[in-house]
Design a protein around this ligand. Structure first.
Ligand code: HEM
Length: 422
């Protein structure tokens, strides 16, 4: 029996040389690129561009006589599909917003907030769904503050924006697109209605225009769902590999190494947005023609034995790792430092207070071909007793933290990468 897309334990195929798909979409050749070095080569090569979903939806709308203006507007604000000046302009605006968020959230404030979230749980929580209880609150709070939106509204908007990402998928029935258009219209209206003093989205574009709203909705999702997904994945690994808890609790310097392994084995995206060849190129020995589509399953590339010895093993001592979890090249994630800090600090705050064990209910992933994030993750949480680890009050600043930006996946090889328009 094939294991479903929502099964967290479904096996992931090993990488293989670039593979030309037998079914070619509309005459376009489609390659699956799953070896680590090949994925990196595509991402970093100027011969490939990010594919926009917008053109496909526009074509469908034209053919079927549908008006998908709201959906199309949201797709235009989705940076991973943007090109050229529009993309560079978005990156400049988002850079300013993220720099400000980094300055407003130094390590000490992040830690205090993470501990507050953990302390709000009952003293002996027993079985709880860690997605709403521990994974979602901190990222929603942060991105909400950055955009000037209350956290509860932020979470509600984020869930709806997530539903709209179904439109990224290649096969969508018209009735589903109709539903997503209605959802997109409501989302944009909610954003407009919530303009209030302190509304900071206007900083993204002139006068809080519709453009700014669409970019903000992308940021809301990029800046919180990916982080929440990473936190939940980390807690899941810890619950399943109890020995790691015992190693991480006393040695906080290992937090960044553990986060890197979480992102490698269970990062929030299964695959990156497709790229298209602008000119002829060679990838992994295969001749790629202009117009060829490249599928980039990073979950497979992160298990490439040529890049990672014993790939399925959580190894906190790996050196020189080039992660693909944040992408690379022109579209490399702009929030990677902030996102990594949030996840690291949140995981450490949980470990200070609780031990984690799997619950009987395994939990499920979101039914999405691109996201690999938990929809529900019940775990058993018990208070760390005195002998098990540091007591919460005894824990000070994380050793090895940068005083401003806190602990650091920053030390990893690809984190210094700049796209040139960063
Ligand atoms: C651990 C958390 C995160 C992960 C794993 C992650 C992952 C990614 C990935 C895979 C991409 C696409 C890269 C590509 O296609 O080459 C991306 C893009 C992006 N991310 Fe993140 N992200 C995280 C956190 C954040 C945060 C906290 C923010 C903002 C506050 C953010 C903002 C962005 C933006 C603006 C882009 C679009 C970049 C572009 O297209 O130019 N991300 N992220």
């Amino acid at each position: 029996m094939t294991r479903g897309i929502t099964d967290p334990d479904a096996p992931i195929a090993p990488p293989e040389p670039p593979l030309l798909s037998a079914s070619q979409v509309g005459g376009q050749r489609v390659w699956t690129v799953s070896r680590h070095a090949d994925v990196l080569a595509v991402l970093r090569s100027p011969s490939f561009r990010s594919v926009s979903v917008e053109e496909r939806i526009e074509r469908i709308a034209g053919r079927a006589g549908r008006d998908y203006r709201h959906l199309l507007a949201l797709l235009r604000g989705t940076m991973i599909f943007q090109q050229d000046e529009r993309h560079q302009d978005s990156r400049r605006r988002v850079r300013a917003l993220i720099d400000e968020a980094l300055a407003r959230w130094p390590a000490a404030r992040l830690q205090a907030e993470a501990r507050r979230i953990v302390a709000a749980l009952p003293a002996e929580p027993g079985e709880i769904d860690v997605v709403p209880a521990l994974a979602e609150p901190l990222p929603s709070l942060l991105i909400g503050e950055a955009l000037g939106l209350p956290p509860a509204l932020c979470l509600a908007l984020q869930k709806r924006a997530l539903a709209v990402t179904q439109s990224w998928l290649s096969s969508m029935a018209l009735r589903d697109l109709d539903r997503l258009e209605a959802e997109a219209a409501e989302l944009r209206a909610m954003m407009r209605a919530n303009r209030a003093p302190g509304w900071r989205i206007g900083r993204l574009a002139e006068e809080a225009s519709d453009d700014a709203i669409d970019l903000a909705l992308f940021l809301l999702l990029a800046g919180s769902h990916s982080v929440a997904g990473t936190i939940a994945a980390a807690l899941d690994i810890l619950a399943r590999q109890g020995g790691l808890q015992a190693r991480l609790r006393p040695d906080r310097a290992l937090g960044a190494d553990f986060l890197r392994e979480t992102l490698r084995l269970a990062g929030p995206l299964r695959r990156l947005n497709r790229r298209v060849a602008a000119v002829e190129a060679e990838i992994g020995g295969a001749r790629i023609l202009p117009g060829d589509l490249m599928l980039l399953p990073i979950d497979r590339a992160h298990r490439d034995p040529a890049a990672f010895a014993e790939p399925e093993h959580v190894d906190l001592t790996r050196k020189g790792v080039v992660l693909l979890a944040f992408g690379s090249g022109a579209h490399v994630c702009q929030g990677r430092v902030l996102g990594a800090q949030e996840a690291e600090v949140m995981v450490q705050a949980v470990l200070e207070r609780f031990t984690l064990r799997p619950a009987t209910d395994r939990g499920v992933l979101l039914a999405h071909e691109d996201w690999r994030t938990f929809y529900r993750l019940p775990l058993l949480l018990h208070r760390v007793d005195a002998g098990d680890g540091a007591s919460p009050s005894a824990v000070g600043d994380l050793p090895g933290s940068c005083p401003r930006h806190g602990p650091g996946i920053l030390t990893h090889a690809n984190s210094q990468e700049e796209s040139g328009i960063g």
